[in-house]
Design a protein around this ligand. Sequence first.
Ligand code: PRP
Length: 187
Amino acid sequence: MSMHDDVARILVSEEALRVRVAEIAAEMNAIYTDAEVPILVCILKGAFMFLADLTRQLTFRHEIDFMEISSYGHGTSSTGVVRILLDLASTIEGRNVVIVEDIVDTGHTLDYILRNFATRQPTSVRVVTLLNKPSRREVEVPLDFVGFEVPNEFVLGYGLDFAEQYRNIPYIGIAKPEIYQAIPEGD
Ligand code: PRP
């Protein structure tokens, strides 16, 4: 039984991801210069694959750092309560920051990060997210670069997990309901 058998359908193909990541990189290359040396902050774990593909297409000098944020509970919806599991190694005061997310859903995670970063006095903060699920938004958050708007379906692959698995699927798929229906909400 392959992981791919748990995918109901492909939402964003490998080719579509390749094309869109290149377009996002081009948008960013048009904005940033070597003078800014922004810090790209990859929000673990989901954004690792997007970050890896994106960074290789950026032509301006930049640094990379990592932050891991978790909502309490690992169900299919965010509770709105978040905590830092891994903080930045870098100081971002006076620096230009680009937050790299895989998906913005309710917006609570990103809202928390933005409010937290504001206290550290960076020069600028922009947000790039591969996926945006606006139908689920509970708090308004500014997005500077967006790869794809996705419907309110359970998406996995290309870094996004279900129960910590499926992150290595090279495309964005919609999970078959039977893989997550057995799991209680908020578990
Ligand atoms: C996902 C995603 C965002 C957040 C978005 O992370 O990477 O950080 O949820 O949801 P929100 O807009 O409703 O806050 P998750 O907590 O699944 O962790 P992971 O990336 O380690 O899988």
